[in-house]
Design a protein around this ligand. Sequence first.
Ligand SMILES: [Zn+2]
Length: 121
Amino acid sequence: MKKTDIDYFQNMLQNELDALLAKAGIAVVELIGSVYTNEADPLDRATEEESRNNQLRIRGRESRLIAKIKKSLQAIEEGTYGICEECEEPIAIDRLKARPVTSYCIDCKTKQEAFERVTGN
Ligand SMILES: [Zn+2]
């Protein structure tokens, strides 16, 4: 991969990571806030509990994405970014632009997804 492409993805991933971490910080503050504003009304409490659970679910998805971005940034440092983990062929630039955290080329990903559909995993 060209140096300019590497720089492009590094910037893109870093910006996304910063944005996610900023958002995650806000979510944590809201989470802590909602713990201390518990109302006596059981219905309110149930609603609050539900919104807290939703936030935790979102945080789970975000933290997985954060982990993927960190892994991609590490791969950039190590010079292995954009190489498919499965077949070790370079991943198409267009695919990386659409999904910069991907670790697989389109062929391997397609095979993987077909496999996941069959096995239900
Ligand atoms: Zn591959």
